[in-house]
Design a protein around this ligand. Structure first.
Ligand code: COA
Length: 329
């Protein structure tokens, strides 16, 4: 037994990453489409028909990315099925400052001072990149369990008067705990497919908050193509057919992108999870937030097979598979 092997832990070679905790956090402030029409040249009908979004949650200046991350992580760690963690990965495009990273401060507030903790920036695909990094930390025997957080304040990125981008984004955080386990367990993460294409970096770019530039139609096309291709690859790598999945869990950029992606995969609407209508595009928080809400309201049940996929600035994209565990054993 190595020094990292606790009694009863999986043996050497059995270093699958198994989801055992989940949490989410949203700011209290709700901004509806009607609120936006009062200050932007837009309509509720335009926003809903183009994006599916009816409202989003917005953090005030007193609620930081760090705060949102701490709230979501606290919930994830408090699950009865959760375990103590020895590493933390925070996916965010909107850290509270350039330097130092936000993750060590989050770890400190959670009482986890001393563990490895780092930020990871991969746009709205950040959570899937963070899952892969966490699975790698477990496989490398750096940690028996890893806290993964996606937290973003994307609503701060658009110029306040830009009607083409302001309606799209919201703020939030989601978190999961991954622990070392065996491939046969419920909650085991499948192969994580990731990619990037920096030749299209100009399509979504923000040098600093308040100056986001986006080529919406081009982004739309790339998002659908990349998420459907990555989903096929992740399913194949896991040995699952697309018909085997109970739910597609697409990054909640907007309802039309998710709908086109599902259609390309031949997955009907009733097997596609969504919450973009209530929260907008929350970036790296999007997938764990959706998982947390869908598990809480019963749309996801233990044993359900999930296909997760995301796309974001970079460009970046990814997909993976997951069988939903029982988090209240
Ligand atoms: N209200 C009313 N009109 C608006 C508007 C708004 N909020 N935003 C843009 N328009 C106008 C444009 O000015 C344009 O007018 P014009 O034809 O007179 O020039 C018209 O609507 C069409 O604009 P366009 O940008 O071509 O619309 P679209 O159908 O491509 O929809 C998006 C725009 C942003 C909804 C769509 O491109 C999209 O969803 N892109 C992906 C964005 C995204 O999710 N990014 C994050 C990925 S992680």
């Amino acid at each position: 037994m190595s020094t990292h092997d606790a009694p009863g832990a999986a043996g050497p070679g059995e270093r699958a990453a198994v989801l055992c905790g989940i949490g989410a956090a949203l700011p209290e402030t709700v901004v509806s489409n009607a609120d936006l029409t009062a200050r932007l040249d837009t309509t509720d009908e335009w926003i809903r028909s183009r994006t599916g979004i009816t409202q989003r949650r917005i953090a005030g200046t007193d609620l930081t990315t760090e705060d949102l991350a701490v709230r979501a992580a606290t919930q994830a760690l408090a699950r009865p099925s959760s375990v103590p963690v020895q590493a933390l990965v925070l996916a965010t495009t909107t850290p509270d400052r350039c330097c130092p990273a936000t993750a060590p401060a989050v770890a400190a507030r959670l009482g986890l001072t001393g563990i490895p903790a780092f930020d990871l920036a991969a746009g709205c695909t950040g959570f899937l990149y963070a899952l892969a990094a966490a699975a790698g930390l477990i496989a490398a025997a750096t940690a028996q369990a890893v806290l993964v957080i996606g937290a973003d304040r994307l609503a701060a990125l658009p110029a306040p008067d830009d009607r083409t981008t302001v309606p799209l984004f919201g703020d939030g955080a989601g978190s999961v705990v991954l622990r070392r386990g065996t491939a046969a367990e419920s909650g085991t993460l499948g192969p994580v497919l990731l990619g990037s294409d920096g030749t299209h970096a100009e399509l979504i770019r923000a040098q600093r908050p308040g100056v986001l530039r986006m080529e919406g139609a081009e982004v739309f096309r790339h998002a659908v193509d990349r998420m459907s291709a990555a989903s096929r690859q992740a399913a194949a790598a896991a040995g699952w057919a697309l018909d085997d999945f109970d739910h597609l869990v697409p990054h909640q950029a907007n309802a039309r992108i998710a709908g086109f992606t599902a259609r390309q995969l031949g997955i009907p609407d009733d097997r596609q999870l969504h919450n973009v209508e209530h929260v907008g595009n929350t970036g790296a928080a999007s997938i764990p937030l959706l998982l947390a809400q869908a598990a809480a309201d019963g749309r996801i049940k233990p044993g359900h097979r999930l296909l997760l996929t995301a796309f974001g600035a970079g460009l970046t994209w990814g997909a993976t598979t997951l069988t939903w565990p029982d988090l209240n054993p």
